[in-house]
Design a binder for this molecule. Structure first.
Ligand SMILES: [Zn+2]
Length: 116
């Protein structure tokens, strides 16, 4: 009789998903984990009002790299918070009109630090 027979140590390794022996497991490989992103609290968004042609002004958000942030989701949130249109240009979010306060508080709700 083997030393660990009948104890949990006697179990050959099994797949946690299908509970088959690992050598018989047919589970598809797990998708890769999402990329590690920098937490919002460790990022500082730089806010500014910029003036464009025809007297239009926009509120711009810089300093949030697309690799660490879901910029399209942020844009959607900021547009809703400001009740304004907006767009993403390169790594900058632009909201139409002057909405520094609303952009600042919306980003703060998500944990971002802001400057400007
Ligand atoms: Zn499996």
């Amino acid at each position: 009789m083997r030393l660990f027979a009948g104890t949990q140590w006697d179990q050959p390794p099994r797949c946690e998903r299908c509970e088959r022996l690992e050598s018989e497991c047919k589970c598809p490989p797990l998708p890769p984990p999402p990329p590690q992103r920098v937490a919002p609290a460790k990022q500082t968004a730089r806010l500014a009002i910029e003036h464009r042609k025809a007297g239009r002004s926009v509120t711009v958000v810089r300093g949030l790299p697309p690799g660490d942030n879901d910029l399209p989701a942020l844009l959607t949130r900021l547009k809703a918070a400001c009740g304004a249109g907006g767009t993403i240009k390169d790594e900058t979010i632009e909201i139409q009109g002057q909405h520094l306060d609303r952009v600042r508080s919306s980003l703060a709700e998500l944990g971002y630090k802001t400057k400007g």
